[in-house]
Design a protein around this ligand. Sequence first.
Ligand code: MLT
Ligand code: ZN
Length: 482
Amino acid sequence: MHHGHVSHQTDGAALSDQLAAALREAIAPSNVLTDSDLRATYETDWTRRFHGVAAAVVRPGTLEEVATVLRACGEVGAAVVPQGGNTGLVGGGVPRAAAPRDERGSPRPQLVLSTLRLRVTEPVDEVAGEVTVGAGTTLGALQQHVRRSGWAFGVDMGSRDSATVGGMVATNAGGVNVLRYGAMRQQLVGIEAVLADGTIIRRLPGLMKDNTGYALGPLLAGSEGTLAVVTRVRLRLVPALPRRAVALLAVEDAGHAATLAAELRRRLPTITAAELFDDDGMRLVLDHVGGEPPFGNAYPRYLLIESAAISDPTDELVEAIAGLPSREAVVANDEGARHRLWKLRESHTEAVNAAGVPHKLDVAVPIGRIGEFDVEVRKAISRADPSARTFVYGHVGDGNLHVNILGPDPDDEAVDDAILELAIQMGGAVSAEHGIGVAKVRWLVPDRGEPDVAAMRAIKRALDPHDVLNPGVLFATPRAPG
Ligand code: MLT
Ligand code: ZN
């Protein structure tokens, strides 16, 4: 590692003169942020639980600039943390709290590489039903961009106005329509990315079928910035379904919600979402955003169902839920009423965040065991921390629960451990959609097993032998190259 004159002092390792000069040569100085006020929003995650100090935040505007930044960082042993909209929830997109270290034990400078300026959008390929967009395009902008084509994008989620397509691919984001269209990996038909050494890999053919060797796009999807910086993606589109109806069902428990959702997936071909929340969560949301509760009575759990079709799916939805044993139900088919029901679910993230620094555990649970998990997880949390407040919500239709805890200190991992251990014990996974990040690094081996993780490490070593990209994410301690 180069030890030059310190041009910018930070808590971690500083930017050396050599790196500072290389960056300023590659990118306009206004997009190399070293001032701590300018860096701040890039250094802390959305929950405030994860943060670190960046020697600089760089915002390349072109593919070539991304490659130059990676080469320059590689040359001096700096670490690069790729970041999109900074809506990730497991600390993978912000600098590490404890700076990564080189072989001699010295802290390495960490740079945030923001992809927000990579925003070129190509026209929709209306014949193929595909579109190519820059990594920094937000989900909301993508949705807007395809709107008039008669096509739509198959992934949707509450963070749509900030989350970027590149970050969503890198984390294999899921959201509310996975039971219908799959997560980000399933939307990907092509990718352009820069490897750690600056090599550009590109496959943007727009072919529905393309069986030519290892599929690099799907490998990068969910690699959480550890293998490459995604710069551009080609995405499949789905037919736009302009007519929607939403039902909210009051149910007894989470198991009941899961069974009803499973039943509706079979009976209701127009279903696009099946979401769960509990009464405590709904009260927290109503306190935070205002509005009236949907029912006169309080019920233990709520199941939100959405249907979408070319023509109004209300009758079909009403008929499908009529035969189901729910305590009470409401159906909304005008925009305002639908929005109010969705808000009860979507505002959980914001309402919980406003009440404290949450511990957010995003687990997958076998659908048949969701009821049991919801009961057991609350017991396990009380044992670990009797004063913790628990909110369980999520995408019950695809077996993904978000266990949110308020109370424990951000660094106290006792409740996290209890929840993740239970998820594994019950045949689930420690992450369904948010990823491993830095939050769940200790849980990768217990969940996946040594052989899987050894194979992952081999891929990491092959593509990033000097551990330039996102060290500390996915794997605890980098192993010596070779
Ligand atoms: C959600 O489903 O609301 C998102 O994954 C964010 C969260 O878990 O709060
Ligand atoms: Zn979610």
